[in-house]
Design a protein around this ligand. Structure first.
Ligand code: FCB
Length: 439
Protein backbone atom coordinates (compact mmCIF):
# COMPACT_ATOMS: atom_id res chain seq x y z
CA UNK A 1 0.00 0.00 0.00
CA UNK A 2 1.81 3.06 -1.28
CA UNK A 3 0.98 6.23 0.63
CA UNK A 4 2.10 9.75 1.38
CA UNK A 5 2.11 11.58 4.70
CA UNK A 6 1.76 15.09 6.14
CA UNK A 7 0.71 16.57 9.49
CA UNK A 8 -1.83 19.25 10.38
CA UNK A 9 0.39 22.05 11.65
CA UNK A 10 2.87 21.52 8.82
CA UNK A 11 0.36 21.89 5.97
CA UNK A 12 -3.02 23.26 7.00
CA UNK A 13 -2.55 26.93 7.88
CA UNK A 14 -5.88 28.64 8.82
CA UNK A 15 -5.07 28.81 12.53
CA UNK A 16 -8.16 30.81 13.48
CA UNK A 17 -10.78 29.41 11.13
CA UNK A 18 -13.96 27.63 12.13
CA UNK A 19 -13.27 28.07 15.82
CA UNK A 20 -9.83 26.43 16.04
CA UNK A 21 -8.21 27.18 19.38
CA UNK A 22 -4.55 28.10 19.78
CA UNK A 23 -1.97 25.31 19.75
CA UNK A 24 1.39 25.11 21.49
CA UNK A 25 2.98 25.60 18.07
CA UNK A 26 1.21 28.96 17.62
CA UNK A 27 2.53 30.08 20.98
CA UNK A 28 6.02 28.75 20.32
CA UNK A 29 6.45 30.20 16.85
CA UNK A 30 4.99 33.59 17.75
CA UNK A 31 6.97 33.85 20.96
CA UNK A 32 10.63 33.38 21.68
CA UNK A 33 10.62 29.94 20.11
CA UNK A 34 13.69 30.50 18.01
CA UNK A 35 12.49 28.76 14.84
CA UNK A 36 14.41 29.35 11.63
CA UNK A 37 14.04 33.09 10.82
CA UNK A 38 10.99 33.12 13.09
CA UNK A 39 8.83 31.28 10.54
CA UNK A 40 5.53 29.77 11.60
CA UNK A 41 2.75 27.57 10.25
CA UNK A 42 0.12 30.33 9.95
CA UNK A 43 -0.20 29.71 6.21
CA UNK A 44 2.02 26.69 5.52
CA UNK A 45 0.60 24.96 2.42
CA UNK A 46 -2.88 26.37 2.98
CA UNK A 47 -4.13 22.80 2.62
CA UNK A 48 -7.14 23.82 4.70
CA UNK A 49 -8.35 25.59 1.55
CA UNK A 50 -6.48 23.64 -1.11
CA UNK A 51 -7.09 20.05 -0.03
CA UNK A 52 -8.95 19.26 -3.25
CA UNK A 53 -5.90 20.14 -5.29
CA UNK A 54 -3.68 18.01 -3.04
CA UNK A 55 -6.02 15.05 -3.26
CA UNK A 56 -6.01 15.44 -7.05
CA UNK A 57 -2.18 15.38 -7.08
CA UNK A 58 -2.26 12.11 -5.14
CA UNK A 59 -4.90 10.67 -7.42
CA UNK A 60 -2.81 11.44 -10.50
CA UNK A 61 0.19 9.83 -8.82
CA UNK A 62 -1.80 6.70 -8.08
CA UNK A 63 -1.27 7.07 -4.32
CA UNK A 64 -3.31 4.51 -2.38
CA UNK A 65 -3.39 6.07 1.10
CA UNK A 66 -2.93 9.44 2.78
CA UNK A 67 -1.71 9.85 6.33
CA UNK A 68 -2.88 13.20 7.70
CA UNK A 69 -3.16 14.33 11.29
CA UNK A 70 -6.05 15.94 13.12
CA UNK A 71 -5.43 19.32 14.62
CA UNK A 72 -6.49 18.62 18.22
CA UNK A 73 -7.30 22.34 18.84
CA UNK A 74 -9.75 22.38 15.90
CA UNK A 75 -11.80 19.65 17.58
CA UNK A 76 -11.31 20.65 21.22
CA UNK A 77 -10.26 24.31 21.20
CA UNK A 78 -9.54 24.34 24.92
CA UNK A 79 -8.04 20.86 25.00
CA UNK A 80 -10.86 18.98 26.65
CA UNK A 81 -14.53 19.52 27.39
CA UNK A 82 -16.69 21.04 24.70
CA UNK A 83 -16.28 19.78 21.15
CA UNK A 84 -16.23 22.43 18.42
CA UNK A 85 -18.69 21.01 15.86
CA UNK A 86 -17.35 23.30 13.14
CA UNK A 87 -13.93 21.78 13.69
CA UNK A 88 -15.14 18.63 11.97
CA UNK A 89 -16.25 20.39 8.80
CA UNK A 90 -12.76 20.44 7.29
CA UNK A 91 -11.93 16.81 8.08
CA UNK A 92 -15.31 15.62 6.87
CA UNK A 93 -14.66 17.29 3.51
CA UNK A 94 -11.08 16.02 3.33
CA UNK A 95 -12.10 12.44 4.10
CA UNK A 96 -14.92 12.60 1.59
CA UNK A 97 -12.55 13.86 -1.11
CA UNK A 98 -10.05 11.09 -0.31
CA UNK A 99 -12.66 8.35 -0.40
CA UNK A 100 -14.07 9.68 -3.66
CA UNK A 101 -10.57 9.53 -5.13
CA UNK A 102 -10.12 5.95 -3.93
CA UNK A 103 -7.47 6.94 -1.37
CA UNK A 104 -7.53 5.27 2.05
CA UNK A 105 -7.40 7.82 4.89
CA UNK A 106 -4.97 7.14 7.76
CA UNK A 107 -5.68 9.53 10.60
CA UNK A 108 -3.03 10.43 13.18
CA UNK A 109 -4.51 11.77 16.40
CA UNK A 110 -1.44 13.57 17.68
CA UNK A 111 1.35 14.93 15.52
CA UNK A 112 2.69 17.47 18.03
CA UNK A 113 0.17 20.35 17.89
CA UNK A 114 -1.41 20.12 21.32
CA UNK A 115 -4.00 22.74 22.36
CA UNK A 116 -2.30 25.64 24.14
CA UNK A 117 -4.62 25.26 27.14
CA UNK A 118 -3.05 21.84 27.76
CA UNK A 119 0.47 23.05 27.02
CA UNK A 120 -0.04 25.73 29.67
CA UNK A 121 -0.74 22.97 32.21
CA UNK A 122 2.61 21.41 31.37
CA UNK A 123 1.67 19.30 28.36
CA UNK A 124 2.91 15.73 28.75
CA UNK A 125 4.42 16.59 32.14
CA UNK A 126 0.89 16.58 33.50
CA UNK A 127 -0.05 13.19 34.95
CA UNK A 128 -3.65 13.70 33.76
CA UNK A 129 -2.61 14.09 30.12
CA UNK A 130 -2.86 10.37 29.16
CA UNK A 131 -6.53 10.35 30.19
CA UNK A 132 -7.24 13.72 28.53
CA UNK A 133 -5.65 12.42 25.33
CA UNK A 134 -7.63 9.17 25.45
CA UNK A 135 -10.87 11.14 25.87
CA UNK A 136 -9.99 13.16 22.77
CA UNK A 137 -9.18 9.92 20.91
CA UNK A 138 -12.64 8.61 21.83
CA UNK A 139 -14.28 11.78 20.47
CA UNK A 140 -12.30 11.53 17.23
CA UNK A 141 -12.94 7.85 16.65
CA UNK A 142 -16.65 8.14 17.39
CA UNK A 143 -16.92 10.83 14.76
CA UNK A 144 -14.70 9.38 12.04
CA UNK A 145 -14.70 5.60 12.28
CA UNK A 146 -17.70 5.17 9.99
CA UNK A 147 -15.39 6.39 7.18
CA UNK A 148 -11.84 6.13 8.52
CA UNK A 149 -10.65 2.62 9.35
CA UNK A 150 -7.08 3.31 10.39
CA UNK A 151 -5.88 5.46 13.26
CA UNK A 152 -2.37 6.25 14.44
CA UNK A 153 -2.38 7.34 18.06
CA UNK A 154 0.71 9.54 17.95
CA UNK A 155 3.77 10.24 15.90
CA UNK A 156 7.37 10.02 17.15
CA UNK A 157 7.13 10.14 20.92
CA UNK A 158 10.87 10.55 21.42
CA UNK A 159 11.11 13.45 18.98
CA UNK A 160 8.39 15.55 20.55
CA UNK A 161 9.64 14.67 24.03
CA UNK A 162 13.35 15.27 23.41
CA UNK A 163 12.92 18.38 21.25
CA UNK A 164 9.98 19.80 23.18
CA UNK A 165 10.76 18.90 26.81
CA UNK A 166 14.51 18.30 26.98
CA UNK A 167 16.27 20.61 24.49
CA UNK A 168 13.49 23.18 24.08
CA UNK A 169 14.00 23.41 20.32
CA UNK A 170 10.35 22.51 19.55
CA UNK A 171 7.09 23.46 21.25
CA UNK A 172 6.38 23.71 24.12
CA UNK A 173 10.05 24.71 24.46
CA UNK A 174 10.81 23.20 27.89
CA UNK A 175 14.33 22.40 29.05
CA UNK A 176 13.62 20.01 31.88
CA UNK A 177 15.87 17.86 34.03
CA UNK A 178 16.07 14.20 32.94
CA UNK A 179 13.76 12.87 35.65
CA UNK A 180 10.97 15.07 34.31
CA UNK A 181 11.80 14.32 30.67
CA UNK A 182 11.59 10.60 31.41
CA UNK A 183 8.32 11.04 33.25
CA UNK A 184 6.83 13.10 30.39
CA UNK A 185 7.90 10.39 27.91
CA UNK A 186 6.22 7.81 30.11
CA UNK A 187 3.00 9.83 30.21
CA UNK A 188 3.03 10.07 26.40
CA UNK A 189 3.47 6.31 25.95
CA UNK A 190 0.75 5.71 28.52
CA UNK A 191 -1.41 8.14 26.51
CA UNK A 192 -0.81 5.91 23.49
CA UNK A 193 -1.94 2.81 25.42
CA UNK A 194 -5.04 4.50 26.81
CA UNK A 195 -5.87 5.83 23.34
CA UNK A 196 -5.61 2.30 21.91
CA UNK A 197 -8.20 1.22 24.47
CA UNK A 198 -10.37 4.25 23.65
CA UNK A 199 -10.27 3.36 19.95
CA UNK A 200 -11.29 -0.23 20.74
CA UNK A 201 -14.14 0.94 22.96
CA UNK A 202 -15.47 3.63 20.62
CA UNK A 203 -14.54 2.64 17.07
CA UNK A 204 -16.90 0.83 14.75
CA UNK A 205 -16.21 -2.76 13.84
CA UNK A 206 -13.04 -3.08 11.79
CA UNK A 207 -11.34 0.04 13.19
CA UNK A 208 -7.57 -0.45 13.37
CA UNK A 209 -4.98 1.35 15.48
CA UNK A 210 -1.23 1.53 16.00
CA UNK A 211 1.66 3.82 16.90
CA UNK A 212 4.12 5.57 14.55
CA UNK A 213 7.51 5.29 16.19
CA UNK A 214 10.79 6.73 14.99
CA UNK A 215 12.72 3.75 16.21
CA UNK A 216 16.48 3.91 16.53
CA UNK A 217 17.39 1.85 13.44
CA UNK A 218 20.42 -0.10 14.59
CA UNK A 219 22.38 -1.58 11.67
CA UNK A 220 25.39 -3.89 11.89
CA UNK A 221 28.39 -2.04 10.52
CA UNK A 222 29.32 -5.30 8.77
CA UNK A 223 26.72 -8.01 8.64
CA UNK A 224 28.68 -10.84 10.21
CA UNK A 225 27.10 -13.02 12.85
CA UNK A 226 28.49 -11.18 15.87
CA UNK A 227 27.46 -7.77 14.60
CA UNK A 228 23.99 -8.92 13.62
CA UNK A 229 23.49 -10.31 17.11
CA UNK A 230 24.79 -7.01 18.54
CA UNK A 231 22.39 -4.99 16.35
CA UNK A 232 19.51 -7.06 17.67
CA UNK A 233 20.45 -6.47 21.31
CA UNK A 234 21.01 -2.80 20.50
CA UNK A 235 17.62 -2.45 18.79
CA UNK A 236 15.83 -3.58 21.93
CA UNK A 237 17.95 -1.44 24.25
CA UNK A 238 18.11 1.74 22.16
CA UNK A 239 14.31 1.62 21.79
CA UNK A 240 13.68 0.87 25.46
CA UNK A 241 11.70 4.06 26.07
CA UNK A 242 9.00 3.48 23.45
CA UNK A 243 8.98 0.52 21.05
CA UNK A 244 10.34 -2.10 23.45
CA UNK A 245 8.09 -0.76 26.20
CA UNK A 246 5.00 -0.99 23.99
CA UNK A 247 5.92 -4.46 22.67
CA UNK A 248 6.99 -6.02 25.95
CA UNK A 249 5.03 -4.04 28.53
CA UNK A 250 8.24 -3.40 30.46
CA UNK A 251 11.35 -1.26 30.44
CA UNK A 252 14.55 -3.21 29.94
CA UNK A 253 16.50 -3.93 33.09
CA UNK A 254 19.54 -2.04 31.80
CA UNK A 255 17.50 1.05 30.87
CA UNK A 256 16.18 1.31 34.41
CA UNK A 257 19.63 0.63 35.85
CA UNK A 258 21.28 3.34 33.68
CA UNK A 259 18.60 5.89 34.53
CA UNK A 260 18.87 5.08 38.24
CA UNK A 261 17.34 7.90 40.28
CA UNK A 262 15.92 9.69 37.22
CA UNK A 263 14.03 6.63 35.93
CA UNK A 264 10.29 7.15 35.34
CA UNK A 265 7.78 6.10 38.00
CA UNK A 266 5.02 3.73 36.94
CA UNK A 267 2.70 0.98 38.11
CA UNK A 268 2.27 -2.56 36.82
CA UNK A 269 -1.28 -1.67 35.77
CA UNK A 270 0.01 1.21 33.62
CA UNK A 271 2.54 -1.05 31.89
CA UNK A 272 -0.28 -3.41 31.00
CA UNK A 273 -2.24 -0.59 29.38
CA UNK A 274 0.84 0.52 27.42
CA UNK A 275 1.23 -2.93 25.91
CA UNK A 276 -2.39 -3.15 24.72
CA UNK A 277 -2.21 -5.05 21.41
CA UNK A 278 -2.20 -2.92 18.25
CA UNK A 279 -3.16 -3.86 14.69
CA UNK A 280 0.10 -2.71 13.13
CA UNK A 281 3.51 -1.44 14.16
CA UNK A 282 4.37 1.86 12.46
CA UNK A 283 8.04 2.61 11.94
CA UNK A 284 9.36 5.99 10.79
CA UNK A 285 12.71 5.27 9.18
CA UNK A 286 15.18 7.93 8.12
CA UNK A 287 18.76 7.47 9.32
CA UNK A 288 20.84 4.48 10.45
CA UNK A 289 22.57 3.97 13.79
CA UNK A 290 25.66 1.87 13.10
CA UNK A 291 26.68 -0.66 15.71
CA UNK A 292 29.22 -3.41 16.16
CA UNK A 293 29.76 -6.18 18.66
CA UNK A 294 32.03 -5.21 21.53
CA UNK A 295 32.28 -7.68 24.40
CA UNK A 296 33.98 -5.04 26.56
CA UNK A 297 30.82 -2.95 26.67
CA UNK A 298 28.20 -3.49 29.33
CA UNK A 299 25.56 -4.65 26.85
CA UNK A 300 27.94 -6.23 24.36
CA UNK A 301 27.55 -3.63 21.63
CA UNK A 302 28.97 -0.26 20.69
CA UNK A 303 27.26 2.57 18.80
CA UNK A 304 29.61 4.17 16.26
CA UNK A 305 29.22 7.92 15.82
CA UNK A 306 29.29 9.10 12.21
CA UNK A 307 32.55 10.78 11.14
CA UNK A 308 32.35 14.40 10.00
CA UNK A 309 32.52 13.35 6.37
CA UNK A 310 29.51 11.02 6.62
CA UNK A 311 27.05 11.81 3.79
CA UNK A 312 23.75 13.39 4.70
CA UNK A 313 20.82 14.87 2.82
CA UNK A 314 19.83 18.55 2.89
CA UNK A 315 18.86 18.25 6.56
CA UNK A 316 21.89 18.02 8.83
CA UNK A 317 20.44 15.15 10.88
CA UNK A 318 19.48 12.99 7.92
CA UNK A 319 22.42 10.63 7.46
CA UNK A 320 22.22 8.40 4.43
CA UNK A 321 21.83 4.72 5.28
CA UNK A 322 19.43 2.66 3.18
CA UNK A 323 20.19 -0.42 5.31
CA UNK A 324 18.08 1.15 8.07
CA UNK A 325 15.08 0.22 5.91
CA UNK A 326 16.13 -3.42 5.98
CA UNK A 327 17.28 -3.83 9.57
CA UNK A 328 14.59 -1.93 11.46
CA UNK A 329 11.65 -3.96 10.09
CA UNK A 330 13.73 -7.16 10.16
CA UNK A 331 14.70 -6.75 13.82
CA UNK A 332 11.19 -5.64 14.82
CA UNK A 333 9.83 -8.83 13.35
CA UNK A 334 12.51 -11.11 14.74
CA UNK A 335 12.36 -9.65 18.27
CA UNK A 336 8.60 -9.47 18.68
CA UNK A 337 7.04 -11.49 15.87
CA UNK A 338 4.75 -8.63 14.87
CA UNK A 339 2.24 -9.51 12.16
CA UNK A 340 2.02 -6.22 10.32
CA UNK A 341 4.55 -3.45 9.89
CA UNK A 342 3.84 -0.15 8.17
CA UNK A 343 6.61 2.25 7.25
CA UNK A 344 4.74 5.28 8.55
CA UNK A 345 7.39 7.78 7.35
CA UNK A 346 10.43 7.81 5.09
CA UNK A 347 11.70 10.58 2.85
CA UNK A 348 14.47 13.02 2.10
CA UNK A 349 15.30 16.74 2.10
CA UNK A 350 16.88 18.28 -1.00
CA UNK A 351 17.99 21.82 -1.88
CA UNK A 352 15.31 22.01 -4.57
CA UNK A 353 15.59 24.84 -7.08
CA UNK A 354 13.30 25.01 -10.13
CA UNK A 355 15.09 24.98 -13.49
CA UNK A 356 14.45 27.69 -16.09
CA UNK A 357 11.57 25.64 -17.41
CA UNK A 358 10.19 25.15 -13.91
CA UNK A 359 11.12 21.52 -13.34
CA UNK A 360 12.53 20.26 -10.05
CA UNK A 361 15.11 17.60 -10.86
CA UNK A 362 15.83 16.22 -7.40
CA UNK A 363 18.07 13.32 -8.37
CA UNK A 364 19.42 13.12 -4.81
CA UNK A 365 15.92 12.45 -3.42
CA UNK A 366 15.34 9.85 -6.12
CA UNK A 367 18.66 8.19 -5.23
CA UNK A 368 17.63 8.19 -1.57
CA UNK A 369 14.18 6.71 -2.22
CA UNK A 370 15.39 4.08 -4.67
CA UNK A 371 18.14 2.96 -2.29
CA UNK A 372 15.84 2.74 0.74
CA UNK A 373 13.08 0.98 -1.21
CA UNK A 374 15.61 -1.56 -2.49
CA UNK A 375 16.39 -2.45 1.11
CA UNK A 376 12.69 -2.60 1.92
CA UNK A 377 12.25 -5.04 -0.94
CA UNK A 378 15.10 -7.10 0.49
CA UNK A 379 13.26 -7.33 3.83
CA UNK A 380 9.93 -8.19 2.20
CA UNK A 381 11.58 -10.87 0.06
CA UNK A 382 12.75 -12.49 3.29
CA UNK A 383 9.19 -12.56 4.59
CA UNK A 384 9.18 -9.49 6.84
CA UNK A 385 5.49 -8.49 6.94
CA UNK A 386 5.68 -4.89 5.69
CA UNK A 387 2.26 -4.06 4.27
CA UNK A 388 2.55 -0.37 3.51
CA UNK A 389 4.85 2.58 2.99
CA UNK A 390 4.12 6.29 3.52
CA UNK A 391 6.44 8.72 1.82
CA UNK A 392 7.20 11.88 3.80
CA UNK A 393 6.04 14.07 2.29
CA UNK A 394 3.37 14.62 -0.33
CA UNK A 395 4.52 18.22 -0.57
CA UNK A 396 7.06 20.66 0.85
CA UNK A 397 5.80 21.99 4.15
CA UNK A 398 6.61 23.74 7.41
CA UNK A 399 9.51 21.72 8.75
CA UNK A 400 9.10 22.68 12.43
CA UNK A 401 12.05 24.68 13.79
CA UNK A 402 13.75 24.49 10.38
CA UNK A 403 10.86 26.53 8.96
CA UNK A 404 10.40 26.49 5.19
CA UNK A 405 14.11 26.22 4.41
CA UNK A 406 14.12 22.43 4.51
CA UNK A 407 12.00 20.81 1.80
CA UNK A 408 10.84 17.20 2.13
CA UNK A 409 8.15 17.10 -0.57
CA UNK A 410 7.89 15.08 -3.75
CA UNK A 411 5.77 18.04 -4.84
CA UNK A 412 7.37 21.49 -4.83
CA UNK A 413 5.47 24.34 -3.20
CA UNK A 414 6.11 27.93 -4.21
CA UNK A 415 5.25 29.60 -0.90
CA UNK A 416 4.58 32.97 -2.54
CA UNK A 417 1.92 31.67 -4.91
CA UNK A 418 1.06 28.29 -3.32
CA UNK A 419 1.60 26.77 -6.73
CA UNK A 420 2.36 23.03 -6.58
CA UNK A 421 4.74 21.32 -9.04
CA UNK A 422 5.38 17.58 -8.94
CA UNK A 423 9.14 16.96 -8.73
CA UNK A 424 11.17 14.30 -10.52
CA UNK A 425 10.88 12.26 -7.30
CA UNK A 426 7.08 12.51 -7.61
CA UNK A 427 7.29 11.10 -11.14
CA UNK A 428 9.54 8.36 -9.82
CA UNK A 429 7.06 7.49 -7.06
CA UNK A 430 4.23 7.39 -9.59
CA UNK A 431 6.15 4.78 -11.60
CA UNK A 432 6.98 2.76 -8.49
CA UNK A 433 3.31 2.68 -7.53
CA UNK A 434 2.19 1.75 -11.05
CA UNK A 435 4.68 -1.15 -11.24
CA UNK A 436 4.44 -2.03 -7.58
CA UNK A 437 8.20 -2.25 -7.84
CA UNK A 438 11.35 -0.32 -8.45
CA UNK A 439 12.33 1.67 -11.48
C1 FCB B 1 9.70 13.49 11.16
C2 FCB B 1 8.44 14.22 11.59
C3 FCB B 1 7.76 14.90 10.44
C4 FCB B 1 8.76 15.61 9.56
C5 FCB B 1 9.85 14.65 9.13
C6 FCB B 1 10.86 15.24 8.21
O1 FCB B 1 10.51 13.33 12.27
O2 FCB B 1 7.52 13.31 12.14
O3 FCB B 1 6.79 15.76 10.97
O4 FCB B 1 9.27 16.70 10.25
O5 FCB B 1 10.50 14.17 10.27
Amino acid sequence: MWGTATSAYQVEGAPAEDGRGPSIWDTFTHGQGGTYTGENGDVADDEFHRYREDVAIMQRMGVKSYQFSLSWPRILPSGSGAVNPKGWAYYDKLVEALLEAGIEPFCTLFHWDMPEALGARGGWRDKDMPKIFADYAAVAVRHLSDRVKNFITMSEVMTFIDEGYRYGSDAPGFKLPMAEVNQAAFHAVLGHGMAVQAVRANGRKGTRVGLADNCVSTCPVMANEANIAAAKVAFREENARVLTLVQEGAYTESYLRFQGPVAPKFTAEELKIISSPTDFTGLNIYEPTWVRANPEMDRGYEVIDPPKSYPHLAAGWLYFGPEAMYWAPKLTESLWGVKEILITENGAASADVPTKTGEILDTDRVLFLRSYLTQLQRAIAEGVPVKGYFLWSLLDNYEWSDGYAVRFGITYVNYKTQQRTVKLSGEFYKEVIARNGLV
